[in-house]
Structures are given as C-alpha cells and as structure tokens.
Design a protein around this ligand. Structure first.
Ligand SMILES: NC(=O)c1ccc[n+]([C@@H]2O[C@H](COP(=O)([O-])OP(=O)(O)OC[C@H]3O[C@@H](n4cnc5c(N)ncnc54)[C@H](OP(=O)(O)O)[C@@H]3O)[C@@H](O)[C@H]2O)c1
Length: 173
C-alpha cells in the first residue's frame, strides 16, 4: 500500500491501520516527516521532494492519497492492474471545489479494471469500537503535533494550512 501524505492527520492513521492489518506500507511525505513516518511503522518511505513515486519500479495494490496534486493518471501508474485508489483529500486536486480528481476517478472507475474511488468519512459504531480496541492495545497511537486553546484556533488553522503539522493538531476546549 502506498500512503501519500503519510505524515499528516489522516495519513498517520492510515499508515498505522494498514500495518496493523498486515499490509506492507510505503509512506510518501516531505523530508521533515520521513523519521515520523518510519516511526509509526511504514516499511519504506519516499521523500517526494527528492524522489518521484514514478521513479520506483514497484506497483501497489492500494494507493491512498491524502495530499498533493498528482493526477488520476499518475496515481493509476503507481497501481497494479487490478489495484485500488482511494482519494481522501481534494484541496490540491484542481478546480470544481478542488474535487476534479475525485469526479474523474468516479467517472472512470466503471470502465477500467482498477477501482478508483473516494472516501467521505461516515463514523460507524462498529468501526469506532474496533478503533477503540486498537487505541487501547497500542496498535494505533495518535500522532499529536500541537495542542491549541479555543482562542488559538486561527493559529492552528494557519499551522495546518502551511503543511507544518505532523499528525493531528488538537484544540483543547
Ligand atoms: N474525505 C473525508 O472524509 C476526509 C476526512 C478528513 C480529511 N479529509 C481531507 O483529507 C486531506 C488530508 O487531511 P489531513 O488532516 O491529513 O491534512 P494534513 O494533516 O495537512 O495532511 C496532508 C499531508 O499531505 C502532505 N503533502 C502535501 N503535499 C504533498 C505532496 N505533493 N505529496 C505528498 N504529500 C504531500 C503534507 O505534508 P508534507 O508535504 O510535509 O509531507 C501533509 O502531511 C485534506 O484534504 C482533508 O480535507 C477528508
């Protein structure tokens, strides 16, 4: 599995959930997050500021994209012929509310052997119960970058938007 944006809020959970499920995970992140991504269990890390994912000969069964602006074509090129792409974030993905990659993936998926999809989080009790067990037994450890007070929310948003957050930022109420 390839997790793009592996050092971010979603990515740090994706890496841990995947490795806990037995997947072999390669994380993609910038230089400052390489050690973090390794520390949460990624078997391999691609520092995208030095190396492109296309430079690697290997193909992944699953690509989870939580960051960046790679086209659906670029993502598909990293995938096995019957693999699955899950696009989580949209902001870097072009026009139409930043959703152009998502719309393209949904439209293309029925016509290709690969599965191209998007995810919108919808908390389910059974999923949350499993997550609680994994948190309790330490298989998943939330990566918390910084804590902010309610008054500091604008600063927290600026911190997130600058891409500096390592894992999650927490607002203490
Ligand atoms: N669909 C849903 O239900 C759902 C739920 C939650 C979040 N989201 C969306 O998912 C996305 C990720 O959320 P998040 O909380 O994880 O954000 P985040 O913490 O900012 O993580 C995004 C990560 O992408 C990395 N990144 C930026 N450019 C990249 C590139 N070119 N290649 C590889 N990595 C790159 C950033 O760090 P580095 O560049 O330093 O590596 C950052 O760690 C956001 O768009 C958010 O809105 C969707």
């Amino acid at each position: 599995m390839l997790v793009i944006g592996a050092g971010g809020g979603v990515g740090t959970f994706a890496v841990q959930l995947a490795t806990a499920s037995g997947a072999t995970v390669t994380g993609v992140c910038s230089t400052s997050k390489v050690d973090l991504v390794r520390s949460i269990g990624a078997h391999d890390v691609i520092d995208y500021t030095r190396e492109d994912i296309a430079d690697r000969p290997c193909r992944y069964d699953v690509v989870i994209d939580t960051g960046g602006d790679r086209s659906v074509g670029q993502l598909r090129a990293a995938l096995t012929s019957t693999g699955t792409i899950v696009i989580v974030g949209g902001e870097g993905g072009g026009q139409v509310l930043g959703l152009s990659r998502q719309l393209q993936a949904i439209a293309l998926s029925p016509f290709v052997r690969q599965r191209l999809g998007v995810v919108f989080s919808s908390p389910r009790r059974t999923d949350l119960e499993l997550l609680a067990v994994m948190l309790a037994d330490g298989r998943v450890v939330p990566v918390v970058d910084r804590r902010f007070t309610l008054d500091e929310v604008p600063e927290a948003i600026r911190h997130l938007r600058a891409g500096r957050a390592r894992g999650k930022v927490v607002i203490v109420v």
